[in-house]
Design a binder for this molecule. Structure first.
Ligand code: ATR
Length: 276
């Protein structure tokens, strides 16, 4: 088999953990290939996408700020990528057509089930915080597995309204000062609040009982102030490192022909690259 090439295209890209992640799997499965950081400025996106096939790439991941801008260059857009309005995984088929998908929601659900095996008990009491690209992927995934009466909290309410109306999802929308939680809720932070260098997400959690669940898409730091406050109240918590690992699985399978496993060894290897 020939040497297989993939990578992650973004700007900036040096901080991306994806080369470490795919590098782990390439080694584990003994695949002759490479997964490279591809630093592409917004004005060079078109040329870079054309260059992928010219350079013999099997495809690549797409990250900030190109996830929406790449859509016009895709020949076959998956239904969910179209609905969410973003692409994070590209691959060429045998005929050379470029496929685009958004695997964030799938990765989110896979990790949610791994971290909270009984999370579906919370199907009708889910609270999503945020209304950006990550929130869209999470909302669509939750809605598609039957979650209803979702509550969306966002600093800018109008943005949440536009998001829900675009996605055709009925939700109760409120600001970050809302505190009318059902005692037993599943809270999911999709915003960048709590990330290293960002202000914390501070919610009034007092209405929640200790058997509620809190999940934060942020994984650096491993425990955000939101997760710390939730844990102090007795809630079970999970961060988004596992989502990062699971969203990468379909891409690796498309490019390298093996469906890779997300296991404890990989989790530990990736955690080692993050500050405590
Ligand atoms: P992504 O694509 O990663 O989700 P995004 O589209 O920039 O990123 O969305 C960022 C989310 O974080 C939004 O929900 C944003 O709230 P607004 O819609 O009100 O902008 C939220 N966010 C970012 N910084 C924030 C802050 N300082 N306070 C409150 N919310 C913030």
């Amino acid at each position: 088999m020939s040497f297989i090439l993939s990578g992650v295209m973004g700007w900036p890209i040096a901080h991306s953990l994806s080369p470490r992640l795919h590098g782990f799997w390439l080694k584990k499965y003994g695949i002759e290939g490479a997964y490279l950081p591809l630093a592409v400025k917004p004005e060079n996106l078109s040329a870079a996408i054309s260059g992928l096939s010219a350079l013999g790439f099997s495809g690549c991941n797409i990250t900030v700020p190109h996830k929406e801008a790449v859509i016009p260059f895709v020949d076959e857009l998956s239904a969910r990528a179209k609905r969410i309005g973003a692409v994070n995984t590209l691959w060429f088929d045998a005929a050379g057509r470029l496929h685009g998908d958004c695997t964030d929601g799938e990765g989110f659900l896979a990790d949610l089930s791994a971290v909270f095996p009984d999370w579906k008990e919370f199907k009708d009491s889910v609270v999503v915080i945020g209304a950006g690209g990550a929130a869209r992927a999470v909302l669509v995934a939750l809605h598609d597995v039957g979650c209803r009466n979702i509550i969306v909290l966002n600093r800018t309410r109008e943005r949440a309204e536009v998001m829900c109306s675009d996605l055709g999802i009925e939700a109760h929308i409120a600001g970050l000062d809302w505190s009318g939680f059902s005692p037993r809720s599943l809270l999911i932070n999709t915003t960048s609040l709590g990330m290293k260098g960002q202000p914390p997400l501070t919610l009034d959690l007092r209405a929640l009982s200790a058997d509620s669940l809190a999940y934060d898409l942020v994984y650096n730091p491993a425990e955000t102030p939101f997760l710390a406050a939730s844990r102090q109240q007795g809630l079970a918590t999970g961060n988004g490192l596992g989502m990062l690992l699971h969203q990468a699985v379909p891409g690796f399978e498309h490019w390298f022909g093996v469906r890779p496993e997300v296991d404890d060894e990989l989790r530990a290897y990736m955690k080692a690259a993050l500050p405590c």
